[in-house]
Design a protein around this ligand. Structure first.
Ligand code: DTR
Ligand code: ZN
Ligand code: ZN
Length: 333
């Protein structure tokens, strides 16, 4: 997908005050404030960011196949306390390191289930470290099954985005950090530990956190967390450009790893296609699928396998992550 987004440059013009803040410019103090605002906007938002590359959904599916094989070798699951989770961490870490990332395993030393494996954090060493855009997904699953949609889907879409960024290596204006969380299924424990581990200065550098949990539901919808927020704007612009008419992720509110960031006052958004809640008839008319049935009929079940993946939805999420990352962090002309 290689489109230019008029909507992004329009809203940037408003932020920069291109002819839109005349009153503020009149008084010297306000002029200083206006300049400061413009400087902030210039340092955080990409001006004419180049179009994001297409993220290859075949490669995203290949990561899912690896996670599926890992579950098969380890009793059929990737729960945070098991070898299936630790092998998942090793797989993602190995791929990231081979691509040139600085990767950190963060042991969860409080609040996690006893024996839970670590969070995995990877930062691309380019761009302004004072302006961090963070993208995360939980890598653990439930005990009942291999957890392909929940949340191999978000984990794999994120991994292929990280590898695509490394391969393209564009000039970055802002910093990009990726996270794969442990122990989400027992209470958002890994992400909560991470947010608690940050100093207030480190927290204030995170301009937005984007979460990806269940982005390939077979009877899914197109949901965006905090859809009207400015953090959500590039996520929404991309799905709007595909004519998907996304809705607020009401089902997932407070139920995934964006919540600890939100509670800490960090802007959040993300994509989801839905879990155990049922699709309405209006949604089935808009998006197709079965009204009255769960968005993901295999939610937290043993049938959450490779067959439980909506490849079209997965592709749209992976490409929208790239669009958002490019808009927020890649340098423009
Ligand atoms: N993914 C779920 C949390 C969850 C429940 N409903 C939704 C809807 C959309 C996204 C996420 C969720 C879990 O981890 O169990
Ligand atoms: Zn989940
Ligand atoms: Zn779950």
């Amino acid at each position: 997908m290689r489109r230019r987004f008029a909507v992004a440059s329009l809203s940037l013009a408003v932020v920069l005050g291109c002819g839109t803040l005349p009153a503020a410019a009149a008084a010297p103090a306000d002029a200083r404030q206006t300049r400061a605002l413009a400087d902030t906007a210039r340092s955080t938002a990409a001006v004419n960011a180049p179009a994001a590359p297409d993220v290859d959904v075949t490669k995203v599916r290949a990561h899912l196949s690896e996670l599926s094989a890992i579950a098969s070798r380890n009793g059929g699951n990737r729960r945070s306390t098991g070898q299936g989770y630790r092998d998942s961490v090793a797989y993602v870490k190995g791929r990231l390191q081979a691509a040139g990332y600085t990767v950190t395993e963060q042991p969860c030393t409080s609040g996690c289930t006893s024996g839970a494996g670590p969070n995995l954090i990877a930062e691309w060493p380019q761009g302004d470290a004072n302006n961090v855009y963070m993208f995360g997904a939980h890598l653990d699953g439930v005990s009942a099954g291999p957890g392909m949609n929940d949340n191999g889907s978000g984990s794999a879409a994120l991994l292929e985005n990280a590898l695509t960024l490394a391969q393209q290596n564009p000039t970055l204006r802002n910093r990009v950090r990726f996270a794969w969380w442990t122990d989400e299924e027992q209470g958002l424990n890994g992400s909560e530990f991470y947010v608690r581990s940050l100093s207030s200065t480190q927290r204030s550098r995170i301009r937005a956190y984007y979460n990806f949990d269940m982005v390939a539901s077979t009877n899914g919808g197109y949901f965006i967390n905090r859809i009207t927020s400015s953090a959500a704007a590039p996520m929404k612009a991309y799905w709007d450009s595909l004519g998907l008419r996304p809705e607020e992720n009401t089902e997932g509110a407070g139920r995934s790893d964006d919540y600890p960031f939100q509670q800490a006052g960090i802007p959040t958004s993300g994509y989801a296609m839905g879990a155990g809640a049922r699709k309405t008839s209006a949604q089935a008319t808009k998006w197709g699928g079965t009204a009255g049935a769960a968005y993901d009929p295999c939610y937290h079940r043993s049938c959450d396998t490779l067959s439980n993946i909506n490849t079209t939805g997965l592709n749209r999420a992976a490409d929208g992550i790239a669009h958002t990352l490019w808009q927020q962090a890649v340098a423009g002309s």
